[in-house]
Design a protein around this ligand. Sequence first.
Ligand code: FAD
Length: 287
Amino acid sequence: MTNNQFSFEFFPPRTAVGERRFWRSLGQLETFNPAFLSITFGALGSGQQQSLTTVAQVSAETATPIAAHLTFEGSTRDEVRAIARNFLDSGVTRLVALRGDAREDAELAAKRGYCYQSVAEMIDDLRSVHDFDFSVACYPEVHPHARSAQHDLQVLKDKAEAGATRAISQFFFDADDFARFRDSAAAAAIDLPLVAGLLPIRDFERACDFAGKCGARIPQRLHSRFAGLDASDTERVARDEIERQTDRLIEHGCHDFHVYTLNKTLNFRQLKSSVPASGSACTVVAA
Ligand SMILES: Cc1cc2nc3c(=O)[nH]c(=O)nc-3n(C[C@H](O)[C@H](O)[C@H](O)COP(=O)(O)OP(=O)(O)OC[C@H]3O[C@@H](n4cnc5c(N)ncnc54)[C@H](O)[C@@H]3O)c2cc1C
């Protein structure tokens, strides 16, 4: 039997209540032996200092490996390198290397000449700071701004060739979409472990909003199941759905999962089989 491996993503809390929820959730989820905890990075100047502070605090408090997200859009190369050094000073040697979302304005246009052109270039350059373990992002349903699905895969391949260790997927709700994406990646000779991104649904409207922004399809079945539910029924159905999705992914041979926790506690059946390891079981295998 293959063991499942989980990582958990958090965002830096911004209020005293949020901070209490963050630490409670982190403490609970650590009991499932995650492969790592990741902390998001506010793009384009918003919340970057909070990310640095949160990463330093979590790194000081826990023995679980931390992966710090780092985006380059809107920052110069020197700024990105300085942030990477700052993470390193906090003892963090894993990065989730990202472009981040672009915003068109004069200040950003002026900086663009000093930005990286791609995540692959960023990875290559940050090796001058440290030999970090780099995770990158991938998109089972294609990034909403992608020129084409083929180009999306080419960008992923470039990141793999730059030495990324794993690609964490955007969340999706149909396990078969992820399996098809994995097969396309294999057909494109992308040699990179793919980690399935899971978004437990706590608030269906909010999940629809997130999904709309990042191009994730919500199957009609979920609309029918969540329609008109109160909070406790939503929780019950959400748990059932995440277990169903995870079971289906396991049937497809995936054992490596990244959970977008939204800083909330979680408990579903497959978490109990989680093992603390750094490898990935969801290797790319041709269909
Ligand atoms: C696991 C994960 C973690 C994330 N964490 C954060 C975070 O902490 N902070 C944050 O701000 N955002 C985060 N994001 C969102 C991410 O920044 C956006 O999806 C962003 O639009 C693309 O970043 P990327 O690193 O995937 O970029 P890329 O890999 O460069 O782009 C992804 C795809 O988008 C297309 N594309 C988009 N923009 C361009 C462009 N300018 N030129 C060419 N092609 C382009 C390409 O098809 C490409 O394959 C995360 C996403 C994921 C999946």
